[in-house]
Ligand binder design. Structure first.
Ligand code: HEC
Length: 108
């Protein structure tokens, strides 16, 4: 598959694909939707908590990530940051999680 640098365009495509396949009109599903949530629960919540509220293992994402863009989030997920090890996910999965976090948690 071609690796594109323009993650923004691909995020829109992912969101559009989700609207075709998932319940796009469910108010709570956001752009990352249920899949973003379930990926977050499977891959991030053991350290960051189910609501990204933070645990003894990792800080709350809601607080530290306010200034991060979705691209930054994808980069942190795939490459790690500071004490955080890279998480073994593909780009599409990281984008879904970033969308979920940006939509559900970071914006009021
Ligand atoms: C094994 C534990 C662990 C897992 C799993 C984990 N993280 Fe982290 N994460 C950390 C720790 C520890 C830090 C604090 C890193 C630091 O500041 O040095 C962190 C920091 C972060 C930050 C803040 C980075 C910053 O700029 O301060 C974000 C955003 C983040 N994690 C997102 C995620 C996401 C999304 C996932 C799931 C794909 C995830 N993390 C999975 C341990 C984890």
């Amino acid at each position: 598959m071609m690796q594109s640098r323009s993650t923004g365009v691909r995020l829109v495509l992912v969101a559009a694909a989700l609207c075709l396949s998932a319940a796009c009109d469910a108010p709570s599903s956001g752009a990352g939707g249920a899949e973003g949530l379930s990926l977050f629960l499977d891959n991030c919540s053991q350290c960051h908590g189910a609501y990204a509220q933070g645990t003894d293992l990792a800080p709350a994402i809601t607080e530290v990530a306010m200034d991060l863009s979705e691209d930054d989030l994808v980069d942190i997920i795939l490459n790690g940051e500071g004490q955080m090890e890279p998480v073994d996910l593909d780009v599409e999965e990281a984008e879904l999680i970033a969308l979920y976090l940006a939509d559900e948690l970071l914006e009021p």
